[in-house]
Each structure stands twice: as C-alpha cells, then as structure tokens.
Ligand binder design. Sequence first.
Ligand SMILES: NC(=O)c1ccc[n+]([C@@H]2O[C@H](COP(=O)([O-])OP(=O)(O)OC[C@H]3O[C@@H](n4cnc5c(N)ncnc54)[C@H](OP(=O)(O)O)[C@@H]3O)[C@@H](O)[C@H]2O)c1
Length: 200
Amino acid sequence: MPGARFVRLDVTDAATVEAAAALVEAEFGRLDVLVNNAGIVRADGTAEPSATTIGTLREVFETNVYGVVTVTNAMLPLLRRAPAARIVNVSSEVGSISSLTDPASPLYALTSVPYPASKAALNMITAMYAKELRDTAIKVNAANPGYTATDFNGHHGFRTPEQAAAVCAHLATLPADGPSGLLWGHLISVDGDHNGVLAW
Ligand SMILES: NC(=O)c1ccc[n+]([C@@H]2O[C@H](COP(=O)([O-])OP(=O)(O)OC[C@H]3O[C@@H](n4cnc5c(N)ncnc54)[C@H](OP(=O)(O)O)[C@@H]3O)[C@@H](O)[C@H]2O)c1
C-alpha cells in the first residue's frame, strides 16, 4: 500500500505503543522497518556531571532508552514476520565513549551526562539486540546522523536533514549480507559528507 499513515505513538506511554503495534498488525500483518528516531536532549545547570539531577537523567532515559526497548519489544513479533526486517536506532557519536574521551575529537569538550549517557546506553542496546537476532534475517544497527539542523539544536547543525535521513535510509535498506550491530553514519573527523563505521 503506497503512501504514509499517521499513527499516534508516545514512546514513554506503553498503551500508545501497544495500540500502534496492534494497528500495524491488523492492517499490514508485519513490519519491515523500525526506525527508533524519537529523542530528546536536556542538560542541567553547568552541564557538568556534578550538576546532573536525577530528574533530568530519568526524563532523557525515559525517551531515549526505555522508549526504544518498549517500542522494539512491542514491534518485534511483527518484524519477525517480515522477510528481511531492519531496525535502525537513531543514536549519535555523542554516545561514543571512544570519541568523548579522545582529546583529539571535536566532541571532547562535551561534559554533560544525560544525553551522552542515553545514547551510550542505546549503543549497547543495539549491540545486544543484534546479538540476540544474529541467526534471523533481522539486522539491528545504530545510526549517527551527525550534527543536523533541526529543532533539536535550534537549527545550528551543519548537516541537512536530507544528509541525516540518508544515513538512516542506508541502514534501513541493508542487503542480506549487510552488517548488524554497528554504529554507522557521519564521520565528523573526515571533511565533507562521508559515512562509515564509528567506534562505540
Ligand atoms: N539533530 C542532531 O544534530 C542530531 C544528532 C545526532 C543524533 N540525533 C538524534 O536524531 C533523532 C531525531 O532528532 P532531531 O534532530 O530530528 O530532533 P527534533 O527535531 O527535536 O525531533 C525529535 C523527534 O522526536 C519525537 N519525540 C520526542 N519525544 C517523543 C516521544 N516521547 N514519543 C514519540 N516521539 C517523540 C518528536 O516528536 P514531536 O515533534 O511530536 O514531539 C520529534 O519528531 C534523535 O534521536 C536525536 O537524538 C540528532
């Protein structure tokens, strides 16, 4: 069936997630691609770790981490019915412990805890789902769209939404011999619009 359909889904509200899964099952019987894109950013005070509040940490994890597990587990029975389902978790290089602890990285200056920790957790979640599903046709990867001009950052990002979406589309359409369990996308250390595998 061509075209797009609107389905209300709040990843922090399990009832809406279950309702969305039921709707997909009733109308399509299966799900070919799940892109876990919902994400929020919050920082406390100075954005130093010592200024982190549990409230902010919990709020960010509710959407960026628990929401992904809620949606993925609800949709997994439908994904298993597809011939070659793909799961794309929209993550970030900001979740790469390797990058944020590398003094040579442009991201080294970041010190805030909630968002980076949530994407680091999402990276681990990606790796673990990929491992569980390694003997199936389902591939699970984390996408790094790069710093993109959206509402998320007041449109200060230097990449376009089209460039960021291309990263997700690539992972959503991987061939049967494509990889699973990677963090893949924009390479900030390489000039220009280049994508590749990033260190966790
Ligand atoms: N922009 C960047 O530079 C950048 C870089 C790396 C990674 N990312 C990641 O890319 C993803 C998309 O971000 P963006 O830049 O497009 O940000 P955005 O413009 O702020 O969009 C965020 C999206 O997440 C949705 N969302 C938030 N909370 C939700 C919830 N509880 N349930 C369902 N949907 C929810 C929002 O829906 P509503 O509009 O309905 O609230 C919105 O569509 C995020 O995961 C973000 O972490 C962004």
